[in-house]
Design a protein. Sequence first.
Length: 79
Amino acid sequence: MSAILGFFLSNPTILAIGAGIIAVAGAWFKGSLSGAKAERNKQAAAEAKARDIADQVDNDIGALPADAARKELGQWSKS
């Protein structure tokens, strides 16, 4: 068993192939993590933009008198 292990560890071609496989696996893993992080950042930006729009709508509705707000919001009710 140690002879086989010694052969693999002393053969530069096998070491280079092993290092290449490890490098490719590491690059794939890093790319996968950075892609997921980018998607989370994109989703957070979209949610922040939606929250800003919702806050603007709330502020606009809050600035209206009660009967004007009721009339405006009545357009959106399902009844």
